[in-house]
Design a protein around this ligand. Structure first.
Ligand code: ZN
Length: 342
């Protein structure tokens, strides 16, 4: 399964080479042109019609870098992207491209005072235990400062339609974009797929890609938070996993272009695609950077709801992924037929 392969690939922001290599291999037979720009964005082109449509999905995932190697043989980490300290102790990680296994350790619960037990363990007090006893042993493994560190989570299905994996933000978006390229043709438009870098640290790859590609219109494809889980008030769920792709209303990076948004809602209704709106306005997506490229680009974000996003194990519903593919497909058809004119 495509989502499985992409989730299991590793690419902390700034070192997306593993994800890029996999996408190149998957997409090469089905695109007309493919190149990597100086920021590391993988760009693919399909078709050469008059309207240029950019579809964006970021390749990078939240994770860590090796910040220090101690004399005793432990690693201290630097965070890359937004991570919740509450969910880190005890997690298994992979260090470096060779995926050397480690565990995020911290002072044992038995040794904590009653006061300490009530508090979140500060990130600075955590370390990675590789089973080494000295700096020399760590160095003998080939580990160096700056090596990427990933959550060690293998993708799996829970039941038939719920997927569990690391980095679903934004490998679900990469999956939707790759599937659109693999499964459909739109010869009447120039379709530009941008698999971007460094979203999690400031929408950086997309900013450059949008400048470079000069799109007439764009969609950002994302994984977004979902909290329709036990104990959360229905008004506070952000989005509901399993209830369709999400059309963004507004977030901290921007407000969707009104006509693109209207068209997506019209198409979802016309084609009976179950959809929902994101009810939280915090956070940002690549759409925020794309909108401000050159003279401005009409853009909207379509997301797949992901529970436990930015943790070692996020969940998403495969029906939501399918729905997102259909919504993007219908939008591209609409542009191709001239029903929607940017
Ligand atoms: Zn994302």
């Amino acid at each position: 399964m495509l989502l499985e392969r992409l989730s299991n690939a590793c690419g902390v922001s700034g070192d997306e080479s593993g994800v890029r290599a996999l996408l190149k291999e998957i997409l090469a037979p089905r695109v007309d042109e493919m190149w990597t720009d100086p920021m590391g964005n993988l760009i693919v082109r399909k078709g050469s019609g008059p309207v240029r449509v950019m579809l964006d999905a970021h390749m990078d995932e939240v994770g860590f870098l090796v910040g220090e190697i101690t004399d005793e043989g432990y690693l201290s980490l630097r965070k890359v992207g937004g991570l919740d300290d509450r969910v880190l102790p005890g997690r298994q990680v992979w260090v470096g491209h060779r995926r050397i296994p480690g565990v995020i350790g911290a002072k044992a619960w038995h040794l904590c005072s009653p006061e300490e037990r009530k508090k979140v363990i500060p990130f600075d007090d955590m370390y990675v235990d590789l089973g080494c006893r000295s700096r020399a042993e760590v160095e003998a493994l080939g580990i160096e400062l700056g090596d990427p560190v990933y959550f060690a989570t293998e993708f799996e299905l829970m039941g038939d339609r719920v997927a569990k994996g690391k980095a679903l933000d934004d490998r679900v978006g990469c999956t939707v974009l790759a599937r659109v390229l693999l499964e459909y043709d739109f010869p009447g438009i120039t379709l530009l797929g941008a698999f971007t870098t460094q979203e999690e640290v400031g929408l950086r790859g997309a900013q450059v890609a949008a400048y470079h590609l000069k799109p007439d219109v764009a969609l950002a494809l994302e994984g977004t938070g979902s909290a329709n889980v036990a104990g959360v008030d229905p008004f506070d769920t952000i989005t509901n996993m399993g209830e369709g792709p999400v059309i963004s209303l507004m977030d901290a990076s921007g407000i969707p272009h009104k006509r693109v948004w209207d068209e997506l809602v019209r198409l979802a209704r016309e084609h009976g695609i179950r959809h929902q709106f994101r009810r939280m306005t915090a956070g940002g997506t690549d759409a925020g950077a794309i909108a401000r490229a050159r003279e401005g680009v009409p853009v909207c974000t379509i997301s797949v709801p992901c529970r436990y996003i930015h943790t070692n194990a996020a969940l998403c519903h495969l029906d939501d992924v399918d729905g997102a593919v259909q919504l993007v497909r219908r939008f591209l058809e609409s542009v191709e037929k001239g029903e929607f004119r940017p």
